[in-house]
Ligand binder design. Structure first.
Ligand code: FES
Length: 355
């Protein structure tokens, strides 16, 4: 590679005026006795790709292969996302994570190594000195900046080496695809996500069952002060058990009926002091799992929101913005606790479509 004339001059100037670079006391103008002589730059050594056109071509092909591999990695990640859908089976979840991870790793690594190899083996590598100057450059400096851009374009071969340039552009265009596919997967393909957030699988007559055994709960099992982690009895019949469970989990508690301060429109939503509330925190959705029976407070361990069960689970502390939704319950002919209906409002964190 040819050396830049200006840079060569700059370098010579910098080496010959190395005393200017020694630390000088600004008060006395004396050079500090601890000053170390500026050793200057070592002599420039040309690379094998500068000397041998065959090696240069070989390096160009290597960079092309690496950018090509990066594109393959990105497409591989998208293919893996489609081949191993996350549908609750642990094997598929593992394969999904493994193959998406491998694809994304290949895409990133090959892109990075290709860029570094391009820079080290093919772009100009001569040393140059850039002296400090006022922040706003003169018109000549600005004109020189444009020249530098043009030189950089010439020296990197960005405009000239169309094979590398186009493969880099191709790799960068394909690179965001895995992210697009992954974010798209957050919303279901065949159902309205807003509708899904509005409903859980609770319906009139569904028995309340213990989590995780699925054993139905009788009202007589719920003693004063106790709390149960609850799922719908027919949870295992659901098409998507994990997602349905995530929305339908409930906490069941029994208080003295006289301690319950129920809203007028919810007078018949409890049974003999037994109340059921969504276990999904209305802040960002952690399970609200800590019940303090003396104070009737429910605590969310994530950010310490507290809900007062005696007062329709209203928020008394923390970042949650609204009370926990209440599940209306009663008992069936055999004394088992059953839901009267679904929740009357969406469970979990507030979202933009919420009414
Ligand atoms: S998720 Fe419950 S307080 Fe943040």
């Amino acid at each position: 590679m040819a050396q830049d004339d200006n840079s060569g001059k700059d370098l010579a100037a910098a080496n010959s005026s190395s005393h200017d670079l020694l630390p000088v006391d600004t008060g006395t103008g004396v050079v500090s006795p601890d000053a170390v002589e500026n050793p200057g730059h070592p002599e420039h050594r040309q690379r094998v790709t500068d000397l041998n056109p065959k090696k240069e071509k070989q390096a160009e092909r290597t960079v092309f292969i690496l950018f090509f591999l990066s594109a393959v990695g990105s497409l591989w990640a998208v293919a893996a996302y489609m081949m191993f859908p996350i549908d609750g089976q642990m094997e598929l979840v593992r394969s999904n994570n493994l193959f998406i991870g491998l694809g994304a790793t290949l895409a990133l690594m090959a892109l990075g190594i290709g860029a570094v190899h391009w820079g080290k083996a093919l772009m100009a590598d001569h040393e140059s000195v850039d002296h400090r100057h006022p922040v706003r450059g003169t018109d000549e400096t600005r004109a020189r900046a444009i020249e530098i851009f043009e030189e950089a374009n010439e020296e990197s071969g960005f405009g000239r080496r169309s094979l590398i340039r186009n493969s880099l552009i191709g790799a960068l265009v394909v690179f965001p695809l895995p992210a697009v596919a992954l974010f798209r997967g957050l919303a279901p393909y065949d159902e309205d996500p807003v509708e899904l957030l509005h409903h859980t699988m609770w319906k009139k007559g569904t028995r309340l069952a213990r989590d995780p055994s699925g054993a139905p709960i009788k009202a007589s099992d719920v003693t004063l002060g106790s709390a149960f982690h609850v799922i719908p009895e027919d949870l295992n019949d659901a098409k998507d058990v994990l997602n349905e469970k995530a929305k339908a989990i409930v906490l069941l508690m029994r208080l003295k009926p006289e301690d319950l301060n129920e809203l007028p429109e919810r007078k018949n939503w409890s049974y003999n002091g037994i109340v059921a509330y969504s276990k999904v925190c209305t802040h960002v959705g952690c399970p609200v799992a800590l019940y303090e029976q003396q104070t009737h407070h429910l605590l969310c361990p994530c950010h310490q929101s507290q809900f007062d069960v005696a007062n329709h689970a209203t928020v008394i502390f923390g970042p949650a913005a609204r009370p926990l939704p209440q599940l209306p319950i009663t008992v069936d002919d055999e004394g088992y606790l059953v839901a009267q209906s679904d929740f009357h409002e969406p469970v979990g964190p507030s979202f933009w479509e919420r009414h």
